[in-house]
Ligand binder design. Structure first.
Ligand SMILES: C[S@@+](CC[C@H](N)C(=O)[O-])C[C@H]1O[C@@H](n2cnc3c(N)ncnc32)[C@H](O)[C@@H]1O
Length: 400
């Protein structure tokens, strides 16, 4: 018998033998591990619950449904606390904001042909087996309602042996679907895809990187401003997560009238902030900035927004360029923003709102700012990746 001592940052249990890393266990539990690796819980934790999703046992999509919500929040907060403590940082923590069940508005599913037709779902853990998830507790009801369309699409888009990727995003006017497949797009297939998109009320259907059918604009609503992102473009995982991050960013930059939004994407923060401040949006992907710029031009009563496509890893904004701004918003990818944070630290900018999806790079970049004289007033975990090990953080940095 083994005792689970703690969880890794990926949610695997460290067992008392110092060797085994076991899935779907909780600290304090006593477990038996059979020869074939099956784990039997002998003494369950008080934090253990019955998974709310009937697919949890077979599906690899969620990791943490066997634990109470409070336990998962505390575990994620602890990951952030430990990453910050390792850098000597101990900010006040705001309560974790967890997105509700059935609120994930974008998903990447896989499709396979079967003898009879096709199946669409998530992979079982560390396996090529696809698990169908008609009662998934993670995805929005609108996304679940697209499963029949995705199955029909798999019949058209997938060869007998292969597998296809299906990225589906909820929009107000039907699902926005991106299919990545090796199959060739013929003119006959175009006709069939158009009929399928009409039949199932999709807003847009993109084949690899080519939009083959656009029935309605697949718009997202960023603070009541409609934006049509390019296919597959980054989007905050839930509406709740996006609103929580935006409220924090808005609060942190509330007195600024000139804001620089770094790693701006399609304008999740830029466009709502432009209701009260001039904003310059910098981002590596020119197509995302084109979408942002189009929305700003069509928007009403927005302050000036300018954009620049730029690789901020290789060519971060220099301290002189930053002089014209009162505040910066920075929301880099997982690698963080080492080079850009270094010039922000050396600049005389007063306020920074930092959003991050990686506690380790967040703590590294936060330390650079604190060493340069910024105070980290608080930090908040925004759990828009419910039941997964992903962590999102937002925090203000103000010059002392
Ligand atoms: C976490 S997303 C945030 C986007 C946006 N702030 C939002 O909330 O929708 C990170 C963004 O950084 C962009 N990006 C990634 N690497 C980059 C680089 N080297 N230079 C500039 N932008 C980059 C991505 O295209 C993506 O839009």
């Amino acid at each position: 018998m083994l005792t689970i001592e703690s969880l890794t940052h990926l949610g695997m249990g460290r067992a008392s033998d110092g060797r085994a890393l076991l899935p779907r266990v909780l600290p304090g539990e006593e477990v038996d591990v059979a020869q074939d690796g099956t784990v039997r819980i002998v003494t369950p934790s008080v934090d253990r619950v019955t998974a709310p999703c009937r697919h949890f046992r077979s599906c690899g999509g969620c990791t943490m449904q066997h634990a109470r919500d409070d336990f998962v929040s505390e575990w994620k907060q602890d990951i952030v606390v430990k990453a910050l403590q390792a850098r000597g940082l101990t900010p006040v923590l705001r309560p974790v904001a967890t997105s509700p069940a059935q609120s994930r508005r974008r998903a990447k599913l896989s499709g396979q042909r079967t003898k009879k037709r096709a199946i669409v779902g998530f992979h079982a853990k560390a396996s090529g087996t696809l698990v169908q998830v008609p009662d998934c507790q993670l995805l929005t009801p609108a996304l679940l309602a697209t499963l029949p369309a995705l199955e029909a699409l798999t019949v058209l888009a997938c060869s007998r042996k292969g597998e296809i990727d299906l990225t589906v995003t909820e929009t107000a006017l039907g699902a926005d679907v991106l299919v990545v497949t090796e199959k060739e797009l013929t003119s006959q297939l175009r006709v069939e895809l158009a009929a399928l998109a009409n039949q199932f009320g999709l807003s847009r259907l993109v084949w690899n990187d080519e939009p083959v059918v656009v029935i309605n604009p697949p718009a997202q609503d960023f603070g009541s401003i409609a934006v049509v992102p390019p296919p597959g473009a980054f989007l905050q995982a839930t509406k709740h997560g996006e609103a929580t991050l935006l409220a924090a960013v808005d609060e942190i930059t509330s007195t600024a009238s000139r804001i620089i939004d770094l790693f701006a994407g399609c304008g999740t923060f830029t466009l709502p902030l432009a209701k009260r401040a001039e904003v310059r949006a910098m981002e590596g992907d020119a197509a995302m900035l084109d979408a942002l710029d189009r929305s700003w031009r069509e928007g009403h009563e927005l302050r000036r927004v300018t954009t620049e496509a730029r690789d901020l890893f290789r060519r971060p904004l220099e301290t002189d360029d930053l002089r014209q701004f009162d505040a910066a918003v920075i929301d880099p990818p997982r690698a963080g923003a080492e080079a850009q944070i270094a010039t922000l630290a050396a600049s005389d900018i007063k306020t920074i709102a930092m959003v991050s999806c990686n506690p380790v790079t967040f703590a590294r970049d936060a330390k650079t700012l604190v060493n340069a004289g910024f105070a980290m007033d608080w930090a908040q975990v925004v759990d828009q990746f419910r039941w997964s090990p992903h962590v999102e953080i937002v925090a203000p940095f103000t010059r002392k």
